[in-house]
Design a protein. Structure first.
Length: 674
């Protein structure tokens, strides 16, 4: 069953829909040759990412990306008939042809957030990183949580290591993991079958799948990379079918349908049954689940078994809360809870290739590559200047990032030019050449030569990992660089100094441009049009000031308890909930940290009653001003000495529609039993 049109049930589904333009599928992969004849008439938009340029006919990742995209969006009547040619496509390049093929979990998280913000319903990731227990870096966990909260379905490859092992993001909760099967319905030997996949993974055709190659022509490739877009395309068709029936498209319901209807594979009942995951892709059964009633006679006539299972009948329909599934499957719709683990600063993801030699575990998130080819068969970003009105921000991607400030030279030549221009320093009476990496020397040099600040690449770092480059723009550019110099000066002070800076907040606009750092890392550039919101602070100083605010308002304050709770609040946002500050909810959360005075006022009542901070959540606010974007930051407190005592919830609303967020109204509070 290597040809898409031969997948059981696909022809009958095509008779109803070939995809609705309201359904959006994002493909996070290599560059795609959108000029290929199979994409003529397809609605494809490429988002600006860290991977730039055009698809190369000789590029391995261009081949990977073009092939994967064609499986979903190839137009009927072209050399590659795709599964959902009528759906809208977002091409989000993450894998590059040149240099390293792997990308960090941080950069994958960026791309996921970007796809969600651009309106994706489904995100196809034909890649992953081999892990010990399905753990992911905090960046990636939060990006997948964003998808779950936004009802966006991530469809990801299980990996091609041929072992009982897990890849992320496929193993993360709410993802749909996809393994590969051959034309007989057997799991292909290289397809992974880890524990988590037994509840959230299905098998889809992944052997000798016909697809496009850059520059024209077609090629057949094998791998979980190829099976993933098959499942993603079917999910897109089911969403389109929901729209045709007058329903609201529900990606998570479609995920549940695909899992609940999965059929046993030929290995069911054997000691290799776990290789089958939940089971095989079953289009008629998924339709039956979504209908909630008997499959139509037309669909019932289709071989429901998938590839070569002899027409096993589909299960009877049940309510969505109690999906039916083969008896051998333990739980078709349960989410596996992957425990967060701290990864290296920039772990990477790689495309999944069919292994030709033993695979070793890498600290890098690896992208799945395809196998050796089988024989061939015939939201726009814009920057603003300081003069632009806030209403013009609506088409820009705003950023409100927290971190530490750094600088980079980008090249040896730029570094050496600074070394030659900076004055030497005296050590024990001996003059030695300047060290441009010494932030103290750089601060002194910029104090006398502020114009040189523009020649540096200023960076926002989270735990030593650069996440953005900052560039001052507009009429107040010099003022912005002066503030950056002051913030850098504060970071090199002694920690007990009143001028010490531990954290900075950087508001700006994503420019759509990138810059390569001296290390070779590529980061996006955010533009800072003015100095508003450029803050630096020390946690202890901020806590002390907040305590004084509470004391001035209430006349008293439990200083020790408030300091402990507020420090926990600030550090949890920075370490546990760290984010890129691009989504509305993350900008609200980060602003809540910089606006600690208001947070402290919420603590006073709870802390005074002996309660401790339990959780921090951000939810879309039901109340907001016209043309604004409002979010509620909710702080929940509990009594550590009395678990039966009602918990206290405080909520304050933040409007993030402008470059600088702003709080609305008064803090609200109520009690809850849990």
């Amino acid at each position: 069953m290597p040809n898409i049109p031969e997948i059981p049930g696909i022809q009958q589904l095509w008779a109803s829909t070939r995809g609705d333009s309201q359904v959006c599928v994002a493909v996070l992969d290599g560059l795609v040759d959108r000029a290929h004849p199979c994409f003529a008439g397809a609605d494809l938009t490429q988002l600006p990412t860290l991977v730039q340029g055009e698809a190369s006919p000789s590029g391995l990742m261009s081949l990977h990306g073009t092939h994967v995209a064609s499986i979903i969006f190839g137009q009927h009547g072209s050399p590659v008939p795709g599964i959902a040619p009528g759906c809208k496509g977002l091409i989000v390049p993450v894998f590059t042809d040149g240099g390293r093929r792997r990308l960090s979990q941080l950069d994958l998280s960026r791309a996921i957030e970007q796809a969600v913000n651009a309106g994706a319903h489904i995100i196809n990731i034909s890649g992953g990183q081999l892990t010990d227990f399905g753990e992911a870096e905090g960046w990636l966990e939060r990006a997948v949580e964003l998808c779950r909260d936004s009802n966006v379905l991530i469809v990801a490859a299980t990996g091609n290591d041929g072992c009982e092992c897990l890849h992320v993001p496929a193993a993360l909760p709410a993802a749909l993991a996809v393994g590969a099967m051959n034309d007989l319905g057997d799991p292909i030997e290289f397809s992974n079958w880890g524990d988590t996949y037994q509840t959230q993974g299905i098998l889809a055709p992944g052997e000798n799948i016909l697809g496009a190659k850059p520059g024209g022509g077609t090629v057949r490739l094998t791998g979980t990379s190829m099976a993933t877009p098959v499942a993603a395309g079917v999910a897109a068709l089911l969403l389109s079918w929901q729209i045709k029936r007058g329903e609201t498209p529900n990606p998570q319901k479609v995920r549940a349908a695909l899992l609940a209807s999965a059929l046993p594979c030929p290995l069911a009942g054997t000691d290799k049954e776990s290789r089958c995951l939940v089971g095989k892709l079953n289009i008629p059964g998924a339709i039956q689940y979504l209908i909630g009633e008997t499959v139509s006679e037309e669909l019932a006539s289709v071989e429901a078994s998938g590839c070569g299972c002899g027409g096993t009948p589909v299960s009877s329909a049940v309510p969505e809360s109690e999906p039916t599934r083969p008896a051998s499957v333990t739980s078709a719709v349960a989410d596996a809870a992957a425990e967060p683990a701290q990864a290296e600063p920039a772990p990477a993801v790689e495309p999944q290739s069919v292994p030709t030699a033993p695979v070793t575990t890498s600290p890098i998130f690896n992208v799945p590559s395809h196998s050796t080819p089988a024989p061939m068969s015939n939201r726009s970003l814009r920057s603003i200047t300081a003069s632009q009105a806030p209403s013009e921000l609506e088409n820009a991607t705003l950023v409100y990032a927290l971190g530490t400030l750094g600088y980079d030279f980008g090249s040896e030549a730029r570094r050496d030019s600074f070394k030659q221009l900076m004055p030497g320093v005296s050590i024990d009476g001996t003059m030695v050449p300047a060290n441009p990496y010494d932030a103290r020397q750089m601060v002194d040099y910029l104090n006398d030569n502020l114009s040189e600040a523009k020649s540096l690449i200023w960076t926002v770092n989270l735990e030593l990992t650069p996440v953005y480059a900052v560039e001052a723009v507009g009429s107040f550019g010099r003022d912005v660089y002066a503030v950056l110099r002051e913030l850098l000066s504060g970071q090199v002070q002694a920690e007990d100094s009143e001028e010490y800076v531990e954290r900075v907040s950087i508001p700006g606009i994503l420019s759509g441009r990138t810059v390569k750092l001296f290390s070779g890392q590529v980061v996006p550039v955010i533009e800072a049009p003015n100095t508003r919101g450029l803050y630096g602070w020390k946690v202890n100083t901020l806590v002390g000031a907040a305590v004084e605010t509470v004391r001035a308002r209430t006349g008293e304050a439990n200083q020790e308890a408030i300091e402990r709770t507020l420090s926990s609040f600030l550090n949890r946002i920075y370490y546990d909930l760290r984010n890129l500050g691009t989504t509305s909810q993350d900008r609200a959360l980060n602003f809540a940290a910089t606006n600690a005075f208001q947070a402290a006022s919420t603590f006073a009542e709870a802390v005074g009653a002996g309660m401790e901070l339990d959780s921090i959540t951000v939810e879309k606010s039901p109340f907001c001003r016209l043309d604004s974007d409002c979010w509620d930051v909710k702080l929940k407190f509990f009594d550590p000495e009395n678990s039966r005592r009602a918990r206290k919830v405080f909520r304050f609303t933040i409007d993030v529609s402008d470059l600088i967020p702003v709080t609305l109204g008064e803090v609200r509070s109520w009690s809850t039993p849990y």
